[in-house]
Design a protein around this ligand. Structure first.
Ligand code: ADP
Ligand code: MG
Length: 286
């Protein structure tokens, strides 16, 4: 099938690059997954790393942040759901990320736009054997083309997330330093162990490799409960927890309104600088 995608920036060829596949996830919604995927994806792309962000959430927040506000409304824009529907291949569904403000493609950054229909995933794959492997199979089409691919999971541990847990090389748990979200991390780990029991043969991870703490508080006096929660997460996950905490920063919701990664919208902001450090500590760039 031929689908024209507006900006003419070709999908990078398979050059045999070692592609790192990162799964940004947490059992709860609102834990900073989409903000992380867009911010770190852009920070790496700006440093000439070839990056691809794949959103798995019917809310389509990461698609919005990367220039595709409502992918379903434009038939020329492919979505991940079209791949499942066999309307296009996975590599045909990769389009250049766009700067919402200028409409221009963002160099080195690609995205597989999300569809509202992603909530029908379970139904769509109902008849398949080993349907949990859906994304593991698809992602092989993109390995070798990018330095890194980031999956942006929905806020639950259903089939989309399970697929990304199996397909990912590194699991990134995104937490807000608030109780609900750190429980989401526990829920995620339980799921990871459960899925690993059945799918260890794929080489999937059985633990969380990185923990990103987002939306914390800057001073203990602002909220002792949150501060203690951050300390607990750091104690429980040790070296996996990235050094920079992304503090509460108004530039993050502003960048959402602007439809841009915070690292593009306000590169000097505290949040953008923290995400930039996080990507560096993850060795996505120097
Ligand atoms: N550091 C931050 N400061 C202020 N608001 C934030 C911060 N990080 C995330 N948010 C806001 O919290 C909400 C949830 O973040 P998001 O990245 O969409 O989470 P998720 O993808 O896990 O649901 C969004 O409205 C986002 O703008
Ligand atoms: Mg999200």
């Amino acid at each position: 099938m031929t689908r024209s995608t507006a900006p003419s920036v070709a999908l990078p060829p398979d050059t045999g690059l070692k592609t790192r596949v990162l799964t940004a996830t947490n059992g709860s919604a609102g834990s900073g997954k989409s903000t992380f995927a867009a911010a770190v994806g852009y920070a790496a792309a700006k440093r000439r790393k070839k990056m691809c962000v794949i959103g798995l959430d019917k809310q389509r927040d990461v698609s919005h942040l990367l220039g595709y506000d409502d992918p379903d409304s434009n038939p020329a824009v492919p979505t991940l759901f079209d791949v499942l529907d066999e309307l296009c291949t996975m590599s045909e569904a990769v389009v250049p990320a766009r700067n919402t403000k200028t409409g221009d493609p963002i160099p080195n950054l690609w995205v597989v736009p999300e569809s509202e229909k992603l909530d029908k995933l379970e139904f769509m794959l109902a008849g398949e054997t080993a349907r949990e492997l859906w994304l593991y199979k698809l992602i092989s089409q993109l390995r070798g083309r990018f330095d890194a691919i980031i999956f942006d999971c929905p806020g639950d541990v259903k089939l989309a997330t399970i697929g990304a847990l199996i397909a990912g090389d590194e699991i990134v748990g995104c937490v807000k330093s608030q109780e609900k979200e750190s429980r989401g991390l526990t829920q995620l780990e339980d799921k990871l162990h459960e899925v690993h029991q059945a799918y260890a043969h794929t080489g999937m991870r059985d633990k969380v490799d990185w923990v990103v703490i987002g939306d914390g508080v800057s001073h203990q006096s602002q909220g002792k409960v949150y501060w203690d929660m951050e300390k607990q997460v750091r104690k429980a996950y040790g070296d996996a927890v990235l050094n920079a905490t992304v503090r509460n920063d108004v530039k993050v919701p502003e960048s959402y309104t602007a439809g841009q990664p915070v690292t593009l919208y306000a590169p000097e902001s505290a949040a953008a600088m923290a995400y930039t450090k996080i990507g560096r500590q993850m060795k996505l760039y120097r």
